[in-house]
Write a protein that binds this ligand. Structure first.
Ligand code: FES
Length: 87
């Protein structure tokens, strides 16, 4: 499990094992776009401001993944204990 800090929403949420970032944000009342929810379509692309992402998608390329500046919130998680997202 890990925490996500949503910079524009001024909110920090805890993401437990077994729940996605996308689900966690929706449960907190945020409206976030998604489509495939399998890491393939790109709809949930989110800018990462801080932290290391554990990429689980097939949408971003290697360079994008290595940059840790964006992620797909429907499947990917945090490598570090905390991610700061531009949401
Ligand atoms: Fe399709 Fe996340 S909703 S990649």
């Amino acid at each position: 499990s890990f925490d996500i800090e949503l910079a524009r929403s001024a909110m920090t949420l805890h993401v437990p094992a077994g729940k996605t970032i996308l689900e966690t944000m929706r449960e907190a009342g945020l409206t976030v776009p998604s489509s495939c929810e399998q890491g393939a379509c790109g709809t949930c692309l989110t800018t990462v401001m801080e932290g290391e992402v554990d990429h689980q998608d097939v949408y971003l390329n290697k360079t994008e993944k290595a940059s840790h500046t964006c992620m797909m919130t429907c499947v990917s998680r945090a490598k570090s204990g905390r991610l700061v997202l531009d949401i």
